[in-house]
Design a protein around this ligand. Structure first.
Ligand code: MG
Length: 271
């Protein structure tokens, strides 16, 4: 009896100690996508100017990334094979099974113009409604890099740092300048690439200014690192990177792009 009592007392002590430990240092929960969602404040809705029937010609010094004819400037991100999206009637359309595509060329600082259209028959809600994105620097496979979100945000509620014009899970757009599904929309973006010191430390973070349908939505926004679905942003050193378009896995009808061009902004060496 005595031995059993002692053993029981020991067990109780152990349980008590375990309980105290559990209170002092709760086991870390795995990070969830919801941890980095921001739902308020909701950006005010601004009605942009009516869409243009035809794309405007690019400026004379632009590098043409897509002019409606072919995908020569693009490859599949996963295998670098010629881009597997479709081209018809002067527009390119996402082919989900081909996955993300990215430019053959790499860039540092630039001005980018692109036009995108959510299909008029779009279905779904939240993030599963016309989701795509332009990664301003594609730093690796999949969704690695810095995503400016593309989504149907016309009367479609989602977390605000994941709606159209957000720098995904880092900065909501200043306003919601979305057009209706079926109408062409424009992004004009100024990308200032992050600068890394020799050891990989961030000497200067990435910055983004962006216009959606001619309306300012990001005003020199400073990024904390690459845009992530789960977890806190992190920087990974790179020098130049392709521009990437996202084939999102949601089941809504695929969206289309047209008139994509970029103007490289060459930095002037300090004197
Ligand atoms: Mg996206």
């Amino acid at each position: 009896m005595k031995r059993v009592t002692l053993a029981s007392a020991g067990l109780l002590l152990l349980l008590a100690a375990g309980g105290a430990l559990a209170q002092a240092a709760p086991a870390a929960q795995p990070a969830k996508p919801q941890d980095t969602e921001q739902w308020t404040p909701v950006p005010p809705v601004v009605t942009p100017a009516p869409t243009l029937d035809k794309p405007q010609p690019p400026p004379s010094d632009a590098i043409i990334l897509f002019d409606g004819k072919n995908l020569d400037q693009w490859v599949n991100t996963k295998d670098k094979a010629p881009a597997g999206w479709t081209v018809a009637n002067g527009v390119m359309t996402v082919e989900k099974k081909a996955g993300n595509i990215e430019t053959r060329r790499s860039f540092r600082n630039y001005q980018l113009h692109l036009e995108w259209r959510i299909p008029a028959d779009v279905t779904g809600s939240g993030q599963a409604r016309g989701n795509s994105g332009v990664f301003l620097a594609s730093t690796g496979p999949g969704d690695a890099g810095y995503e400016l979100q593309i989504l149907d945000s016309y009367k479609n509620e989602t977390y605000v740092n994941g709606q159209a014009g957000s720098l995904y899970k880092q900065h909501a757009p200043l306003v919601n300048a979305s057009r209706k599904p079926g109408e062409w929309q424009t992004y004009d973006v100024i990308w200032t690439a992050p600068v890394f010191a020799a050891g990989g430390a961030v000497a200067s973070p990435a910055r983004v200014t962006a216009f959606h349908n001619g309306v300012l939505i990001q005003n020199d926004a400073v990024l904390s690192g690459e845009t992530l679905y789960i977890g806190k942003p992190v920087y990974r050193p790179y020098t130049s990177a392709p521009i990437k378009l996202q084939a999102h896995g949601d089941p809504s009808p695929p969206l289309s792009f047209r008139n994509i061009w970029v103007r490289e902004l060459l930095t002037t060496p300090a004197k």
